[in-house]
Design a protein around this ligand. Structure first.
Ligand code: ADP
Length: 422
């Protein structure tokens, strides 16, 4: 069938997060790594294109997203979703706003919504302010993110410098009154010329109202969770057929590895917990820049085959700043990403078949290096983190791509045991 919803994600973990939530409905979801260079012949009802453009130069991100839009249109999609991080990771230049405006222009849309809320993971929006758990965004650990430090919590203020047209708010009091009232509010704002509407949501019921009110917009934007009700809404009105049984997980050879390039507070706790029970190797940006990954590879090949070793660049904010002071922010990030990517390829060639990767940019680097073009979505390990299956270098692999802040402290061990249970 033709694609119903075409989604573009600004990073790889964001794409698997969205694909995983859509797949909860049982409807087939296909995730493409980058814009496919083949025409969409076997398109699924939900197609997600994973890009790695969260921190690319604005024009590059816009061009890439427009190309993705064209491919999704060719797959038959008439509704589109622009997926970014539930912590609104961006800078005053972009890329959330500029990409949304470019997609709106291509689709002839005069308005879109912005809803990064993800209540199951503690992301809520109230009066346009984004909260991470009980903390406003700018007081949360996101204030120290290595690439996109978030130092304001107000989504309208964060978005305004990124777009050319007016920004407004549909607040929780409106959302709480249901889809029809929210639609009225959006129409009213459209009359006033407001093109970009931040929409409050603090709980899953709010997301259902928002999805119902906005399902016919050519473009919705947000975190993954606001898209989650769409499959059910389309099944209810007959647009989408109820799904058959989910395919079983493919046969996998043993061998696992954990790679972590995220420095988020949750990943730091996950790395500390896992390092207590498995062999762990710390990657230092400065020595990587000087001498490369040789030492890490020697260490890896010395580990027993049944171990699921951890290699991590994950560090405290002070250590990240120290590396950035010497190498610069972009170079420090790139050195780590290149190292994780090269280690992943070497690990695959050593026979590892199960990969857990922490960090959005880090996952992007690893997946690209493994030459993966398409992922099938499997079981959900934690909200927003499914196992995915793919082919790389002639081998069948399982990848779990975890956004920095997702998962419990025991996530790495959880992921490996979840795969065994499939
Ligand atoms: P998250 O999902 O937590 O945002 P990402 O992988 O997207 O994680 O971003 C983390 C960035 O920080 C990556 O570019 C990574 O290369 C970089 N990084 C990781 N460890 C270090 C470190 N020790 N010093 C400097 N930068 C680092």
């Amino acid at each position: 069938m033709a694609t119903l919803l075409g989604a573009i994600a600004d990073d790889f973990t964001g794409a698997t997060d969205l694909a995983g939530l859509l797949a909860r409905s049982g409807v087939p979801v296909s995730l493409r790594i980058g814009v496919p260079d083949i025409p969409p012949e076997d398109a699924a009802p939900f197609e997600v294109i994973a890009l790695k453009c969260r921190t690319s130069p604005v024009q590059e991100a816009v061009t890439e997203c427009r190309t993705a839009l064209k491919w999704l249109q060719a797959a038959g999609a008439r509704r589109f979703f622009w997926k970014y991080c539930s912590t609104f990771d961006s800078t005053p230049e972009g890329n959330i706003g500029p990409v949304a405006e470019a997609l709106m222009a291509d689709l002839g849309a005069n308005q879109t919504i912005y809803c990064p809320a993800f209540p199951e993971n503690g992301r809520a929006i109230f009066m346009g302010y984004l909260f991470v758990g009980r903390q406003p965004l700018a007081e949360s650990p996101m204030k120290d993110h290595p690439l996109t430090p978030m130092q304001d919590s107000n989504l309208m203020r964060l978005l305004a410098p990124q777009v050319t047209r007016p920004v407004g708010l549909a607040d929780r009091l409106t959302v709480a009154r249901g889809a029809a009232v929210l639609q009225d509010r959006l129409r009213q704002l459209a009359k006033e010329g407001v093109a970009h509407v931040v929409v409050d949501a603090v709980a899953d019921v709010d997301l259902e109202v928002i999805a119902e009110a906005c399902r016919d917009m050519p473009l919705m934007t947000g975190g993954s969770a606001v898209a989650m009700p769409l499959p059910q809404l389309w099944m209810r009105d007959g647009t989408l057929k109820a799904p058959g049984a989910r395919p079983a997980r493919p046969k996998l050879d043993p061998g696992a590895i954990i790679l972590s390039g995220s420095c988020s507070a949750m990943t730091r706790a996950q790395v500390a917990a896992y390092a207590q029970r498995a062999p762990a190797f710390r990657l230092e940006p400065l020595s990587l820049a000087e001498t490369g990954i040789g030492e890490a590879l020697n260490w890896l090949s010395a580990q027993p085959p049944e171990a699921a070793p951890l290699l991590y660049a994950t560090a405290e904010p002070d250590a990240v700043r120290a590396a950035q002071d010497v190498l610069g922010r972009a170079r420090a990030g790139a050195v780590v990403e290149e190292a994780l990517a090269a280690i992943a390829v070497a690990a695959r060639d050593m026979g590892k078949r199960r990969f857990v990767v922490a960090g959005g940019e880090s996952s992007g680097a690893v997946t690209q290096a493994l030459g993966v073009t398409r992922l099938d979505i499997g079981a959900e390990i934690a909200p927003g983190v499914p196992w995915t299956y793919c082919e790389s270098g002639g081998a069948q692999l399982a990848l779990a791509l975890k956004s920095g802040n997702f998962g419990a402290e025991s996530f790495f061990a959880d992921a490996l045991s979840c795969l065994e249970e499939q």
